[in-house]
Design a protein around this ligand. Sequence first.
Ligand code: UD1
Ligand code: MG
Length: 467
Amino acid sequence: MMAKYAIILAAGQGTRMKSKLYKVLHPVCGKAMVDHVLTQIEKNEMDKIVTVVGHGADKVKEALLNRTEYVLQAEQLGTGHAVLQAEELLKDCQGMTLIACGDTPLLTAKTFAELFEYHKSKGAVATVLTAHTPEPFGYGRIVRNELGIVEKIVEQKDATKEEAAITEINTGVYCFDNQELFHALHQIKNDNAQGEYYLTDVMEVFKKEGKIVAAYQMKKFEESMGVNDRVALANATKVMQQRINEKHMKNGVTLVDPDSTYIDVDVKIGSDTVIEGGVVLKGHTVIGNDCVIGAHSQIVDSVLEDDVTVTASVIEKAVMHAHSNIGPYSHLRPQADIGQGVHIGNFVEVKKAQIGQNTKVGHLTYVGDATLGKEINVGCGTVFVNYDGINKHHTTVGDYSFVGSGSNIIGPVNIGDHAYVAAGSTITDDVQAHDMAIARGRQVNKKGYYDKYPVAQAAKALEEDNQ
Ligand code: UD1
Ligand code: MG
């Protein structure tokens, strides 16, 4: 088998993005563009991958880690110059070298594999991946002779009127004979409209040397979309989104309205789960089978086991075990761990808290820094008071206990199993198992007090009016 290498060009600033973030790090469906490219290249079992970094080099390395080797292009003098920087790592290699840009996030492993195959079958020194588009503006154009053989690639800014009318474009992806590539790169010049060393100019070098240059035309232009500005970024995201949604639907997930469903590329979803409209699933979220994710829920980096129901809620870095449910309008924050069969109702916030099997936290409650056992009922409007202004404090509630409505549980405090907290209590001391704590002022009724107040006069007048 012929060895396979790849070079990813990712040194540009991406001026047209008008962004502090380096272009290739802009995410598409939760993953940096350059990471998409690398992920698809990796699937082709490469012998070596080199990424050319420049602007934001450290940030790009942070994003891709040791999945690739790196070379630095200190000054961005063009795509040809960028590839040349990889020479030190590849000069002794024999085989095929794939070149892709870090700003084409939609290209797939399959297309790269097809390009390798086509290149081999043509016995070419260079094969460019091309596509047809009715709107070729901005792309390099493929100039073919009357026999249909590729002559050269002309950049938008250097194109004559006739050349600009060509609708076959350079996708920015190529396959080269590795040795021939570096040989040709030493011969290109920068005498063009942008004063850059264009990688595309190696094609003319090969032609002059009588070597075979081939072009592999891909069917779907959209897959080759290069992102240079935010409009293209949104377009690429749309296409990626559609691809992701289709994958899930084919795997047995119901998307009620795919057009308004936003799922990041690394999200996993089990079969027979139903996702309603306006749902956003981000990061490395994993959702089990038979779940229902109700309209307008947002779930980030969380794990939901089977048969979990989420109604219009926000879940971040949390876990919901099987058969649990939440919402409407509740919020799980990092390290919320919701046990099997637990019911979290409406307007409940849970942070860094474990909630045991079948416990119910139904309404208007904050649970922070707490461990709740199983089969507990937490009444409406309970606050686990965890913060004294400086430190966070932890509270424990044992199995089968009952916390009455409107209680403040001021941590650190332990409430035992089978314990009872009377409604409206402010708990500051531990409650032993099987005990009841009641901590509130006693009610006093004042006989006939109502009539002494002006409000009574007003009520009387109203009563008379109504007669
Ligand atoms: C390039 C191609 C064009 C093709 C288009 C496809 C050239 C001369 N032109 O144009 O034919 O249609 O891609 O999207 O190759 N980069 C570096 N160092 C540099 C310059 C660029 O690493 O000195 C990187 C950029 O980060 C980017 C990639 O190379 O990832 C392409 O550069 P870009 O400026 O986007 O080239 P285009 O104008 O899109
Ligand atoms: Mg580009």
